[in-house]
Design a protein around this ligand. Structure first.
Ligand code: SAM
Length: 273
């Protein structure tokens, strides 16, 4: 039985299974195991958790997660060719690796394992934001649903996720993510680190869910207010957020400011007002 250290190079795995990258599946593979090891390190201690990986592809990051000590990796992959290509790794990893052939957008990860759960993934960029929104919704329901998430995005999306008020990239994602998690930018990866290279730089972002206030508004209420405010970000909030006038008065918020000047806390207070 092969062990994790004697697996063939990823390029050979790709060639043997004809795993040519498909743009429609957001396939930009990381074949340099130093890079995937670095992502696994940034995820922190993997030993006691069920680690979910979305889109293992040829399995570089999967190898790194297993080598970094993950007790169990549950990898969800849509592409049948990649599922086949992961056969050797599956044999080497035994019970520590479970591969699920399916669409990550349709799968509720919290139904697949007990907590603690972590997500570590080089996400397919075409669905990275909807996947993140699904997981943040789960965190709103219960912050212990995920212990942490360590995710690769296009740098432009990563910047939106960590943006502070007043910044031109501050928007819906900054408010929703910053409300529910401590969000930090871990590091950038140049396009040349990937095969094939995407058009843009990528960044790894680390999320740690925060405890939730007892009177926290619903996820839908926060989605609604941020959509209204940032959908008309140049308008004063007295016109973009007409329905929240009573809240402005009660919370002492100046109604002539614009969407990007309201803090995350103010959005959350208004959403619950
Ligand atoms: N983890 C690999 C790596 O770092 O080299 C591959 C990352 S690649 C950016 C994204 C992966 O997500 C691909 O393997 C792709 O087939 C897979 N994928 C795309 N859409 C998916 C979906 N809806 N559900 C699960 N996996 C998906």
């Amino acid at each position: 039985m092969p062990d994790l250290d004697s697996l063939p190079p990823l390029r050979e795995v790709i060639a043997a299974h004809d795993l040519r990258a498909q743009k429609s599946l957001g396939q930009n593979f990381l074949l340099d195991l130093n890079m995937t090891d670095k992502i696994a390190r940034h995820a922190g201690d993997l030993s006691g958790a069920n680690v979910f990986e979305i889109g293992p592809g040829p399995g570089g990051l999967t190898r790194s997660l297993l080598k970094a000590g993950a007790e169990k990796v549950i990898a969800v992959e849509y592409d049948e060719r990649a599922v086949q290509a992961l056969g050797g790794l599956q044999e080497a990893a035994g019970d520590r690796l479970e591969i699920i052939h399916g669409d990550a957008l349709e799968i509720d990860l919290t139904q697949l394992s007990q907590s603690p759960r972590m997500i570590v993934a080089n996400l397919p960029y075409n669905i990275a934001t909807p996947l993140l929104i699904n997981w943040l919704r789960k965190i709103r329901n219960n912050p212990t649903n995920f212990q942490s998430m360590t995710l690769m995005f296009q740098k432009e999306v990563a910047q939106r996720l960590v943006a502070a008020p007043g910044n031109k990239t501050y928007g819906r994602l900054s408010v929703i993510a910053g409300w529910l998690c401590d969000v930090t930018m871990a590091f950038d990866l140049p396009a040349t680190a990937f095969t094939p290279p995407p058009k843009v730089t990528s960044s790894v972002v680390h999320f740690v869910p925060k405890a939730l206030a007892g009177d926290a508004p619903s996820f839908e209420a926060v989605e609604k207010i941020t959509a209204a405010a940032f959908g008309q970000r140049r308008k004063m909030i007295r016109s973009s957020l007409k329905g929240y006038k009573a809240g402005f008065a009660a919370l002492g918020i100046d109604e002539t400011i614009r969407a990007e000047e309201l803090s995350i806390e103010q959005y959350i207070q208004l959403a619950g007002s």
